[in-house]
Design a protein around this ligand. Structure first.
Ligand SMILES: N=C(N)NCCCC[C@H](N)C(=O)O
Ligand SMILES: O=C(O)CCC(=O)C(=O)O
Ligand SMILES: [Fe+2]
Length: 331
């Protein structure tokens, strides 16, 4: 059974955004931080109200341009195939993304922060996550719209990380130190196109998984009943789009930072309606070389709230990501 209506919290981020920060008091920010703490601890998914920060026209335009890209001839899309770069940056065909060993029913364009290594040697094949992003040439407006989106998502990323840090019980000095782990975010972004699942197929548009980093900001078209999230009581809930909001979910790095107090939530996409669905998840991640270790603030808050933490071994974010990306494609 899938619960038909979203039972997820809606949080307004305006008190933490640079353009509106001064309009709010520290008490307002503490209230928002407390909302994040409850949502991350108890639910794992939330809606972020971004009205006034993201304009409806821009939100619509980036998906319209994305749809136009997916409508281009297959051979044109394949000119920027991931196989002609590092195996991760670029276009992937329908069925090439693998989740839990099974092909997903979607096509996509994957983008990442700049190459974290030395430049690719002339004539050499880029290693995974090395090299450059491959942007479509047509429609011409898509690359600038995606680049503008990435800039906006960085502003949102810092604001939400700040609110979550305070919600976890950090003071401003601790937050400043903590921010250094994500201030050169090895971000990632996917433009995903989902044809309807074949009738009577029990396949997955995107199989169940957890996201890899800090936070995901998901913008989708208005298609309902596609994205599902696993509630703490073990039911799949439809996280349907809410106008003026992006869906936020917690990734594996916050799970590690908090010893499981903010668990990364399982989610999946099952899109059966007879329309072509387009989504744009932006993954706000730590720096490539950040070491992720249990936070003191998590230990303090857990002790105060009587929560038992389950610490995990430290990881370097870049190593963790490479481990995931290397298993993601079959082509
Ligand atoms: N960058 C992120 N988080 N991407 C999530 C992709 C999820 C599907 C992927 N095949 C997997 O198995 O993880
Ligand atoms: O398309 C969606 O709604 C979600 C996609 C997703 O979960 C992902 O790419 O990590
Ligand atoms: Fe995801």
């Amino acid at each position: 059974m899938v619960t038909p209506t979203p039972a997820l919290p809606i949080i307004s981020i305006a008190p933490y955004l640079p353009a509106t920060y001064a309009d709010y008091s520290d008490a307002d920010r503490a209230a928002v931080a407390a909302q994040f703490h409850a949502a991350c601890r108890d639910v794992g998914f939330l809606y972020l109200n971004v009205e006034g920060f993201l304009l409806k026209d821009d939100m619509d335009e980036v998906l319209t341009l994305g749809t136009e890209f997916f409508e281009r001839p297959q051979e044109e899309k394949e000119k920027i195939h991931i196989g002609s770069m590092d195996g991760a940056r670029g276009y992937q065909r329908y069925g090439e993304n693998i989740t839990q060993g099974k092909a997903d029913h979607h096509e996509g364009l994957d983008l990442y922060a700049a190459n974290p290594y030395e430049a690719v040697e002339a004539g050499a094949k880029p290693r995974p996550l090395q090299g450059d992003n491959q942007y479509p040439k047509t429609p011409a407006g898509l690359q600038p719209a995606l680049e503008a989106w990435v800039d906006k998502m960085h502003v949102l990323g810092e604001a939400v990380m700040h609110a979550m840090a305070l919600g976890l019980g950090m003071d401003e000095a601790e937050w400043k130190a903590f921010w250094k782990l994500s201030n050169k975010s090895f971000w990632s972004m996917r433009l995903i196109g989902y044809p309807p699942l074949p009738p009577n197929a029990d396949g997955r548009s995107c199989g169940e998984h957890k996201d890899y980093g800090n936070l995901t900001f998901l913008h989708t078209d208005s298609t309902p009943d596609a994205l599902q999230v696993l509630s703490r009581s073990g039911e799949w809930i439809n996280a349907n789009p809410v106008p003026g909001c992006v869906v936020v979910n917690i990734g594996a790095m916050w799970d590690k930072w908090t010893g499981g107090m903010y668990p990364a939530t399982l989610h999946r996409v099952i899109h059966k309606a007879p329309t072509y669905r387009v989504s744009l998840p932006f993954f706000f991640e730590p720096n490539f070389d950040s070491n992720i270790t249990l936070l003191d603030a998590a230990k303090r808050t857990a002790a105060k709230e009587g929560i038992e933490l389950v610490p995990e071994p430290d990881v370097l974010y870049g190593d963790y990501l490479l481990g995931k990306v290397s298993g993601n494609f079959k082509y």
